[in-house]
Design a protein around this ligand. Structure first.
Ligand SMILES: [Zn+2]
Length: 409
């Protein structure tokens, strides 16, 4: 039974989708004001393993991801470079999709840039305005946080800790300091027509609108990085549940920790970044990068340094070596065989351990070690194996390789 740590309940829960054989999954995608680095991909690789495992367990998974291509920072940086917004974001989106493919991350069925989903956003804001969960101010449309009773349930913000009254030093024309912008008036490009005036959407509303457009008013899984919990996901819950009147908006909220580099968060701002395509050029294969990224569970710390990267590379090389050996035997097995039953028994034990590791809140480290151990054992016995047995062993490794997202040639 798959157990996942649900940020909403703050405990590990048994995963039971709303429909028995289908899973709806939403992941917050990248902000494309800059190129994504290996740290950004840590979270995407985990959701990819989760999705692959669900598929391996025969669920039909519908996966949607947004791309934040309209947002204050992006608009500011495009202007600074004297470029149109689309001209500015296009190479970053292209690079993100290329790196995603290079890392063997399965592409979501829907990859939705905000700029292509403005009508859905406007219609969601209209609903909130009609229900008086949103109000129109002089500089934009805001969500009325105090009207939504459940505010703070995800990020554990206590109601009495939410300051009352308007912040005098606020630059925005909102009535209350926690109210957040749904639509920002702007007469400069990029802007769109709306019932309240020309402007562009705030950041949080895009994920609610895109998730609801493609997955419906409620979904099974909503994933992101830990820095999305508050305010982004808190605000998503408020907007979505207020508009639909249904809850929970997402049954399970999963959050992955960030990759650090020499103990600090990998960040473009501080310049301590490594990019996927550069690492590949340096000779790290995509399989090795996945081994590295998965060498600690998604809720555990992972620091990018020579030691951790080296450990991931070591796992990867050892696994690759065993697979290669088995392939050779499969091609020209001269051994008498160790008995098909024995091969199947080794695999069954290993796959059992592998599944238990994944089902224990995606413990990818234990899963990797289980895969590696069986690979080593099969490698050790391979010279005695017949071609057929080597083929069976490879089949078992391939199953685990599929879930881990290893490329296989
Ligand atoms: Zn989001």
């Amino acid at each position: 039974m798959l157990k996942l740590f649900n940020t909403l309940s703050r405990k590990k829960e048994e995963f039971a989708p709303r429909e028995p054989d289908r899973v709806s999954l939403y992941t917050c995608g990248p902000s494309v004001y800059n190129y994504s680095h290996i740290g950004n991909f840590r979270t995407y690789v985990f959701w990819d393993v989760l999705k692959r495992y669900l598929k391996y367990k025969r669920y039909r998974v519908r996966h949607v991801m947004n791309i934040t291509d309209v947002e204050d920072k992006t608009v500011r940086m495009a202007r600074k470079e004297g470029k149109e917004l689309q001209e500015f974001v296009k190479p970053k989106i292209a690079r993100f999709l290329l790196d995603m493919a290079a890392l063997n991350i399965q592409r979501p069925q829907v990859v939705a840039p905000v700029s292509k989903n403005i009508p859905a956003i406007i219609s969601l804001i209209s609903k909130l305005v009609a229900k008086k969960y949103a109000y129109v101010a002089s500089d934009g449309v805001y969500f009325r946080v105090r009207k939504f009773r459940g505010y703070g349930k995800l990020g554990e913000i206590r109601r009495n800790a939410i300051k009352e009254g308007r912040n005098r030093f606020d630059d925005y024309d909102r009535r209350y300091v926690r109210d957040f912008c749904l639509w920002k008036f702007s007469d400069k490009e990029p802007n769109w027509k709306s019932p309240w005036g020309r402007g562009r959407p705030g950041w949080h509303i895009e994920c609610s609108a895109i998730a609801m457009k493609y997955l419906g008013e409620r979904m099974d899984l909503h994933c992101g990085g830990t820095d999305n919990i508050f305010p982004h996901h808190e605000n998503e819950i408020a907007q979505s549940e207020a508009a639909s009147g249904k809850m929970p908006f997402a049954k399970y909220w999963l959050h992955a920790r960030h990759l650090t580099i020499r103990k600090r968060k990998m960040s473009k701002r501080t310049g301590n970044v490594a990019y996927v395509h550069e690492l590949i050029l340096e000779g790290y294969t995509p399989n090795c990068l996945r081994f590295f990224l998965l060498s600690r569970g998604y809720r555990s710390k992972l620091d990018y340094n020579e030691k951790t990267l080296g450990e991931g590379m070591g796992f990867c090389r050892a696994f690759g070596k065993c697979v290669k050996k088995l392939k050779e035997i499969r091609g020209s097995g001269k051994g008498n065989g160790i008995g098909k039953g024995m091969v199947l028994r080794i695999l069954a034990i290993a796959i059992g351990r592998f599944e238990r590791a994944i089902e224990s809140d995606l413990n990818t480290r234990r899963a990797l070690l289980a895969a590696l151990e069986v690979a080593n054992e099969c490698g050790r016995l391979s010279h005695k194996m017949s071609s057929k047995e080597a083929g069976i062993a490879l089949g078992g490794l391939r199953k685990m390789g599929f879930v881990l997202g290893l490329k296989w040639d």
